[in-house]
Design a protein around this ligand. Structure first.
Ligand code: SAH
Length: 213
């Protein structure tokens, strides 16, 4: 399959949908999404759809991945510093993040997926990508403070540990249930004087769960 042409078409579609950050578009064009899905789904890898990755979890649509990473990169032309991702899944979004950040730590609570992600990124030579097995609800204090934190699973509230581990000047993007009982994309900006929370569009992510399995 000519995956380069399929990715170029996906990137054009992302642009038409409003994604404009050059580094984000370049990263979406560089990472081979078809390497992260099961063989049976390879021909759907570049469609704007979420796909099952096993153990009841899904890889987000390209549009959602690009949108969230663009929010992290907003107003910046240089690479992000250290980034924490909660919910490695198949490792696709982590691989995209590795292109726009200096260091990326990605946590997964399901051992089966953590191992699958390891296999998927093997051979891609992403030296700045660190895959971790553990409960991401607690964040990963060893790598803190983070320039950016991104979650691919949504809970009732944003765990305080994430906010604590965010650097001053850093930004967190995560799905969370808001007042109206529906999941929305939430942006938290940490400044020297406090945190500012912005609620964006409704989204549908798999649940954030505590503990490992
Ligand atoms: N970014 C992923 C999307 C995976 S779906 C990708 O590109 O494939 C979200 C993932 O979050 C699931 O694999 C789920 O197991 C994981 N998850 C849910 N709660 C978690 C937690 N507390 N810590 C770490 N991972 C968690």
């Amino acid at each position: 399959m000519d995956s380069r042409a399929l990715r170029a078409a996906m990137v054009r579609k992302l642009q038409a949908q409003g994604v404009s950050h050059p580094a984000v578009l370049a990263a979406m064009g560089a990472v081979e999404r078809h390497r992260f899905v099961d063989t049976a789904l390879v021909n759907q890898a570049y469609e704007d759809t979420s796909l099952p990755i096993g153990l009841g979890q899904t890889i987000s649509k390209p549009n959602v991945v690009a949108r969230m990473i663009e929010l992290l990169c907003e107003g910046r032309t240089e690479k992000l510093g250290r980034v924490l991702e909660i919910g490695t899944g198949c490792g696709y979004q982590a691989a995209v993040l590795s292109q726009v950040s200096r260091e990326i730590y990605s946590m997964e609570r399901l051992r089966g997926l953590h191992e699958k992600a390891r296999e998927n990124v093997r051979g891609l030579r992403l030296a700045n990508l660190h895959l971790l097995f553990g409960d991401g609800m607690l964040g990963f204090a060893q790598g803190a403070p983070y320039a950016a934190i991104i979650a691919a699973a949504g809970g009732e509230a944003i765990p305080q540990a994430w906010i604590d581990q965010l650097a001053v000047g850093g930004r967190l993007v995560a799905p969370a249930v808001t007042g109206v009982g529906q999941q929305h994309l939430v942006v938290i900006d940490k400044t020297a004087t406090g945190v500012k929370k912005t609620v964006l569009e409704p989204v549908l992510f798999v649940p954030l769960k505590s503990g490992v399995a």
